[in-house]
Design a protein around this ligand. Structure first.
Ligand SMILES: Cc1cc2nc3c(=O)[nH]c(=O)nc-3n(C[C@H](O)[C@H](O)[C@H](O)COP(=O)(O)OP(=O)(O)OC[C@H]3O[C@@H](n4cnc5c(N)ncnc54)[C@H](O)[C@@H]3O)c2cc1C
Length: 298
């Protein structure tokens, strides 16, 4: 006789579909336990596995402004939280190359057609966080009670699967400058596709400012920059010359030191640190080759 997991009788769940952003914000106040859903590639997994059973889902798809992006007068890109990865790659890949590279590694084409950066941020877990940190992105969130606020990516990730969103807030967009230099994203996993990252790394060169941005994913309780590694490059890089191999190696080691990884089913902490030092060194080398050729990564 086999054992059967007792399935709960299906509770009634409201499916709310406001068309106006303001109405969506109102729902978050009036129905505090409501779960927003955009692409559903994360929310639906939880529902299917019976991990959570919210009393209401707030479908953000009818709020069509979330699926648009624009370039503001100051040149910054404002990308709606609901722009799916597939469009991010095809429409913004030239301006946000590291983010597009990360998007290309996410799930399968079905997942990339539905999944969004808004959902990746809402889940506070995922592959877009490292490039958002490296690029210096800012997250636009809003509540009906307090209006909009802009949260730098460095302040958005608070811990494992925890973000800075208040319970009544929704993510509206992220803001980021188009790449002014080469950018790369690199991810280690058990296989090439459909895999959760063992660790990831992103780099953005800002040649005009003689500055480098970094982001580490799956390498600490929350995604983070490798600040000492950034400072080291700011001091050591000869922006008009070749990349010194010793500088690249030290950079990789400093990135690894910035991590605070755990041992888990995917890898040991020691492996993660080693992998980070390698992918950081490689990413810097690729970016420097592009810089030397005066181009950007595709
Ligand atoms: C087979 C498979 C493979 C996957 N592979 C990857 C991968 O390689 N890398 C990776 O990073 N992820 C992966 N994922 C996870 C998921 O696809 C991504 O996290 C995706 O970005 C989620 O976006 P979504 O729009 O589908 O989010 P949803 O599922 O709609 O929402 C995710 C979370 O964000 C919240 N949310 C959504 N929109 C908002 C908003 N505007 N404001 C506030 N909260 C919001 C939701 O309430 C929920 O908590 C995979 C998932 C599956 C099923």
């Amino acid at each position: 006789m086999g054992t059967h997991r007792e399935r709960r009788a299906p509770d009634i769940m409201d499916f709310l579909r406001p068309e106006a952003w303001e109405d969506a914000l109102t729902v978050m106040v009036e129905r505090p336990s409501t779960v927003p859903i955009q692409g559903g590639t994360s929310v639906m997994v939880g529902l299917n596995l019976d991990l959570n059973r919210p009393t209401a889902l707030l479908d953000l798809n009818p709020v069509t402004e979330l699926t648009r992006w624009e370039q503001l007068e100051n040149g910054t890109l404002r990308v709606g939280a609901g722009v799916p990865y597939a469009r991010l790659i095809s429409e913004l890949g030239d301006r946000l190359p590291a983010l597009a590279q990360a998007a290309r590694t996410i799930g399968s084409s079905q997942i990339r057609n539905r999944g969004t950066v808004g959902g990746n941020l809402g889940a506070a877990s995922g592959d877009t966080h490292a490039p958002l940190l490296a690029m210096g992105a800012v997250i636009e969130v809003e509540s009906s009670a307090r209006g909009a606020r802009m949260i730098p990516a460095t302040e958005f990730f608070l811990g494992a699967k925890r973000n800075a969103l208040a319970p009544d807030e929704l993510i509206r967009a992220f803001h980021v400058a188009p790449a002014s230099g080469p950018q790369y994203f690199s991810k280690i996993g058990k296989r090439n596709a459909m895999v959760a990252a063992t660790c990831s790394f992103s780099i953005a060169l800002f040649p005009g400012e003689r500055r480098v941005g970094t982001g580490l994913g799956s390498a600490a309780p929350s995604p983070r920059r490798a600040l000492a590694a950034e400072d080291f490059l700011a001091a050591e890089l000869d922006w008009d010359g070749a990349l010194d191999g010793a500088v690249a190696r030290t950079f990789g080691n400093l990135v690894a030191e910035a991590a605070d990884p755990v041992d888990d089913v995917r890898a040991t902490a020691q492996y993660r640190r080693h992998a980070l030092s390698v992918i950081a060194r490689r990413a810097l080398t690729w970016a420097w080759q592009d810089h030397a050729n005066n181009g950007k990564a595709a």
